[in-house]
Every structure is written in C-alpha cells, then in structure tokens.
Design a protein around this ligand. Structure first.
Ligand SMILES: [Zn+2]
Length: 187
C-alpha cells in the first residue's frame, strides 16, 4: 500500500489523510485509522455479503453452481455432466438469485427444485419445495431400470419393501413407489 497522503486537519484539529477505498476508489479525508479501510457504502455492502455468505441460502446457490460446473463436485454426473446449467443471471450474480429466492417462498428448510428435471436452473424452471416433497419427486430418479427390475423380482418373491430397497441399494421411497405401481411399470 502506498503511503497515505496527509491532507490537512479536521475542525477539531485531528490530522486528516487521504483514504482511498480499494473496492470502489472513493476518496475520503479521514483520520489515520481509516487508511486502507473500505468506504462506508462498501463496508456495509461487504458486511451484508459476509452475512449472506454464511447462510444456508448461500450454500444453496454455491451448491447449484458447483454441481453444474465442477466435475469434482458431488453428483456432477447428474447435473453438469448431462448438460444441466445455471442461467447467466444467477451464475454471475448471486444477489439476483437471493432476491428471487426470497420472493419465491425460500425458507431455511425448503429445497430448490427444477420443474423440468432436464431443464436448467433458471427462474422459470425453479421453485422451492419441502424436503418431503423433494424426496417423493426424486424417488424415481434415484433408481435405474435394472434396480427397479430387481426390486420387482424381490417383491414378487415375498421380500418386504424395506428389505428390497436395502438389498438393491435404493431409497425406501423408490421401492415403495415401485411396489405401489406408481413408477417403473415396464421395468
Ligand atoms: Zn468503496
């Protein structure tokens, strides 16, 4: 950092220095302690960002970006790996995602859902739903045809739904839907 420039004194005699905000470039004349600190507007903005970045909603946003972007992210194969993307509005500006979320029913227990599972993360295709609704919706996707066929075979031989799910390694709800004939009719 360059040496702060002394620019005079305040009305009560405090030496004033040129304080340049490194975030926006605003120049203020303030006492030495403020040198190198952000201006008030940037200070408040940074404080708000830090508050949001510690929240669950920030993790919802960053998780969405990660699984659509980084092959090392968990479940990338079901998202970025099969072409699911995040709209540029949300990708480039988390604030826009946050304000959309808060206007569209986000709570600290709700989960982000895409109406069309093959569509992108964008306002028209997204909503917040409860964990329970989400589990039910996902139960189809958490099982493949071979597993579904295996579950059916086990159920037909008298194995209980819970045990069939465990043996095949799919969620209970997936096996339950299969047992009720709700899903995988042709498996
Ligand atoms: Zn600033």
């Amino acid at each position: 950092m360059t040496e702060a420039r002394r620019v005079g004194r305040s009305a009560n005699g405090t030496p004033l220095f040129e304080c340049i905000c490194e975030h926006c470039g605003a120049v203020r004349h303030q006492d030495r302690r403020r040198v190198g600190t952000p201006c008030r507007a940037c200070y408040l903005k940074l404080k708000k960002e830090r508050a949001v970045s510690g929240t669950r909603l920030y993790r919802v946003w960053s998780g969405m970006i990660a699984r659509c972007t980084y092959p090392s992210a968990s479940h990338y194969e079901y998202y970025g790996g099969r072409g699911i993307d995040v709209c540029s509005e949300w990708r480039n500006d988390k604030e826009r995602f946050f304000s959309w979320a808060l206007k569209n029913g986000y709570t600290d227990t709700s989960e982000l859902d895409r109406r069309d599972v093959d569509g992108p993360y964008e306002p028209a295709n997204c909503r917040f739903i409860s964990h329970q609704e989400n589990s039910q919706l996902r139960s189809n996707a958490r099982c493949n045809r071979v597993q579904a066929g295996e579950v059916k075979r086990l159920l037909q031989s008298g194995v209980k739904v819970k045990d069939a799910a465990m043996q095949v390694g799919i969620p209970y709800m997936s096996a339950w839907h299969i047992s009720k004939g709700n899903t995988w009719h042709n498996a």
